[in-house]
Ligand binder design. Structure first.
Ligand code: PLP
Length: 372
């Protein structure tokens, strides 16, 4: 069966009593025990430990990423926190230099506090990154395409060496979505998602997830962490994420098509200094992207020659909404440096676009008038 078909049906909880076809939201925080204090057939006891809506979502996420199991969280950051907390030290953690700022700060503050050595490097430079891997490395964290410069790391090449050394490989797959890229099939151990973005898809729900190649001790430790830290996804949010997952393949196809057109327009515009989009032949890792991605994603970044010019464009767009985040139906533009937590790392002239589902001609016309 094709994955698109599977995603329409994955995680549907059939209720023999009502025969309902659509998923429902189940709010109970507590569940009856059996006469011998056993958990009844649903297997649930208390909502913070597990409930039907999260379990259904996790089943569907496992299908989406081709994994063995998934653990869903209240946000992407909660998922990252659990993955970092589940690591056993001491040792080294390698991160891309161009990584989501929240991930970088969490690593710098909390992993370092726990005695890990955090090394930030250009993970798109495969040879340079391979040289850093050794038996003292506990985790190679990749984010590809990266936020915000859309750099691409060669997952298969890095994962092959890392796994031979016993290093855990995790990939933040938020920008690509499971439709565009499936890191577990390329050798990663763990995939992380901010479900807040493409999976939710409508800028109205927060969620996060880890999807695992194996239901191993590491996976179980992240679930244990979620339980004890209270980072479980609420039923309504799990329901919205699962609802989003069902239409993800259709939405992502349009995001990708629109982003390709917007990137091509920007690439020929005389006022634009640089365009970052893995689908452009000029992108430094275009060949790797073409090999490991199915389409090049819906995110595009471009650089104006100065901060002032970038802010000017962001203030003049009429259709693009000047706001942070990504993956929703509406197009967003963001002056990235202004919203990053201290210290910011984005180039001052960089504008990040989350290309939405509007007609591409209207998006291009909007950028054209803002750049005039
Ligand atoms: N990873 C990436 C690439 C992100 O862009 C974000 C948020 O912007 C996160 C992780 C964190 O996710 P959340 O905001 O759902 O906590």
């Amino acid at each position: 069966m094709h994955r698109d078909t599977h995603l329409i049906h994955a995680g549907v909880r059939f209720d023999a009593q009502t025969g309902e076809v659509a998923d429902s939201i189940r709010l109970s925080t507590t569940f009856r025990h059996g006469p011998a204090a056993e958990r009844l057939p649903g297997g649930f006891e208390y909502q913070r430990e597990g409930h039907a809506n999260t379990q259904d979502l996790e089943q569907a996420l496992t299908v989406a990423e081709g994994g063995s199991t998934a653990v869903a969280f209240s946000s992407g950051m909660a998922a990252i926190a659990a993955a970092f907390a589940a690591l056993r030290g001491p040792g080294k953690v390698i991160l891309p230099r161009d990584v989501y700022n929240g991930t970088r700060i969490m690593a710098r503050e909390f992993l370092v506090e726990r005695g890990f050595e955090v090394v930030e490097t250009d993970c798109f430079n495969t040879e340079g990154c391979l040289e850093l891997l050794d038996t003292n490395t506990r985790l190679l964290w990749l984010e590809t395409p990266s936020n915000p410069r859309l750099m691409v790391s060669d997952i298969a090449a890095l994962a092959a060496r890392a796994r031979a050394l016993g290093i855990l490989v995790a990939v933040d797959n938020t920008f690509a979505s499971p439709i565009v890229q499936q890191p577990l099939r390329l050798g990663a151990n763990v995939v992380m998602h901010s479900l807040t973005k493409y999976v939710g898809g409508h800028s109205d729900v927060m969620g996060g997830a880890l999807v695992f190649a194996a239901n191993d001790e590491f996976a179980k430790r992240t679930e244990h962490h979620r339980h004890l830290h209270g980072a479980h996804l609420a039923p309504f949010n799990a329901w919205l994420c699962l609802r989003g997952l069902r239409t993800l393949h259709v939405r992502v196809a349009r995001h990708v098509e629109n982003a390709g057109k917007v990137a091509a327009f920007l690439a020929q515009h005389p006022k634009v200094a640089v365009v970052h989009y893995p689908g452009l032949a000029s992108h430094p890792q275009h060949a790797v992207a073409a090999k490991q991605m199915n389409g090049f994603g819906g995110m595009v970044s471009f650089e104006m020659p100065s901060r002032e010019q970038a802010l000017d464009v962001a203030s003049k767009v009429k259709l693009f909404v000047n706001a942070t985040s990504l993956g929703g139906v509406e197009s967003l533009i963001e002056h990235r440096e202004s919203t990053e937590l201290s210290p910011p790392k984005s180039p001052p002239g960089l504008l990040r676009l989350s290309v939405g589902l509007e007609h591409a001609d209207d998006l291009i016309a909007d950028l054209e008038q803002a750049l005039r």
